[in-house]
Write a protein that binds this ligand. Structure first.
Ligand SMILES: Nc1ncnc2c1ncn2[C@@H]1O[C@H](COP(=O)(O)OP(=O)(O)OP(=O)(O)O)[C@@H](O)[C@H]1O
Length: 290
């Protein structure tokens, strides 16, 4: 069974035209799916449709279906969906409600009627997953931006969701914080088997972890699939050029000018290794023919 399936899904907020237009998308279990595209494309709305806030909270008009773990979101309450889908909003600080780190993670569990012992176990596990063990008694207000971000992730992980949806989670973090955050998401994906759906405009950050890219413009999906397919599409069709990572801009230019096909680079280290091997093969070829 797939984690999330959109079938011919269209949606308009109350009083707007369609902001999602005939979305067909399957997110397999265990995927690391990155939603990207220009501002206003409908990326946030797509996330809100997975956690059920669209339409349960926002109202509006829809057609088609969104299924989470096989069930239609319109047949579940947001409360029930929250056990399957953990959501981290772009304005994640608005999700923090209490005084201490322990209370923050325990808050949602107490509301679900989970007993004290089980709550303590789940809080400890969730804090360990995000690297905040030992922070239990710290006041939330004393944490850095990156630590607050990880705390919000721990709070949603404590409910044991199998899908995590995050909207531009690195937008308020410095480059190192962003790198650490995506390393954490990569680990949750690979080691815990959690399906990740993340909105990100900086594709360099997610290249090492993503299994799929989804490119949206004007409420539609215009390309989706393995990251390399979508990056080639963006390069060849000249769409959303600002989203193509510098590493891939170099690769596409090199390929166009040399006729050589390079691998589907996921990191600078991978690219450097391949270019070095290629240069060395070129040198050997030149030496032989001399
Ligand atoms: N609550 C709302 N009520 C009415 N219209 C909305 C609401 N939220 C978003 N929209 C509109 O829906 C469209 C899609 O917005 P959305 O936030 O989903 O796009 P986005 O791709 O996430 O953009 P960004 O990258 O700027 O966050 C936009 O035209 C936006 O103005």
């Amino acid at each position: 069974m797939s984690a999330v399936v959109f079938e011919a899904f269209s949606y308009a907020y109350p009083g707007t035209d369609k902001v999602l237009d005939h979305i067909d998308l399957t997110v397999p279990r265990g995927a690391f799916t990155v939603i990207t595209g220009p501002s206003g494309a409908g990326k946030t709305t797509l996330c809100l449709a997975v956690c059920g806030a669209v339409p349960h909270y926002f109202g509006g008009a829809l057609a088609g279906t969104v299924r989470v773990n096989g069930g239609k979101t319109t047949d579940s309450t947001m409360h029930d969906l929250a056990r399957q889908v953990g959501t981290v909003l772009e304005d994640y600080e608005s999700q923090l409600v209490t005084m201490t780190v322990f209370e923050e993670v325990a808050f949602g569990l107490e509301n679900q009627g989970i007993n004290e012992k089980e709550t303590a176990r789940r809080v400890a596990d969730a804090l360990a997953l995000v690297g905040l063990s030992g922070f239990e008694d710290r006041e939330v207000a004393s944490l850095s931006g990156g630590q607050k971000q990880r705390l919000v992730i721990a709070s949603v992980l404590a409910a044991a969701p199998d899908i995590l949806v995050l909207d531009e989670p690195a937008s308020a973090l410095d480059p190192q914080g962003a790198e650490e955050l995506y390393r954490l998401l990569g680990r949750l994906n690979v080691e815990q088997g959690i399906t990740i759906i993340v909105v990100e405009h900086d594709l360099s950050r997610v290249l090492p972890y993503a299994s799929d890219f989804v490119l949206m413009t004007g409420g539609r999906i215009i390309a989706s699939g393995p990251p390399s397919d979508v990056l080639y599409y963006m390069g060849r069709r000249q769409v959303y050029q600002e989203g193509v990572p510098p590493l891939w801009q170099l690769k596409l230019k090199l390929e166009a000018e040399t006729g050589v096909s390079f691998g589907n680079w996921r990191s600078e280290a991978e690219a450097a290794q391949e270019i070095k091997a290629w240069l060395s093969a070129c040198r050997q070829g030149a030496a032989k023919s001399a």
